[in-house]
Design a protein. Structure first.
Length: 136
């Protein structure tokens, strides 16, 4: 038998682990568009006149991936891209999901890298390494 490391996804609302089928990671397409538009406007401003420190510091963060139980999730009006928890439960599944997401033109405008870093460091607020199970 070999050990398989499981990843645990924690709900942003209640902070409890999310079981397979009970929730998902999601990112709001409106936040992606907002960040993308700001990045484009900032590039144009820098090329023309420069950007003040205040403008630079006021820049929005990349669109944030969130994790929620289905019952805890805010109503986003269907504007989010969802990844079921089961698709990130193990390292192979997380790698496969990441590979699929890399084909999306908007992934670079999100904080998916922070999700991966949190999982890898075992200190992630959304996805974390916490359990081993025996595989047959």
């Amino acid at each position: 038998m070999t050990a398989i490391e499981l990843l645990v996804v924690f709900c942003d609302a209640c902070r409890k682990p999310i079981a397979d089928g009970d929730g998902y990671l999601h990112v709001d397409h409106r936040k992606i568009a907002e960040y993308r538009e700001h990045q484009a406007a900032s590039r144009d401003a820098v090329e023309v006149v420069g950007v003040s420190l205040a403008e630079f510091l006021a820049a929005p963060d990349p669109a944030r991936w969130q994790a929620h139980h289905t019952v805890c999730a805010p109503d986003d009006g269907g504007a989010s891209y969802d990844v079921p928890v089961a698709q990130v439960r193990t390292w192979p599944r997380l790698a496969s999901t990441t590979a699929r997401l890399m084909g999306k033109t908007w992934l670079q405008h999100t904080d998916w890298d922070a999700v991966l870093e949190g999982a890898a460091s075992a200190g992630g607020r959304r996805v974390s390494r916490t359990a081993l199970r025996e595989a047959s």
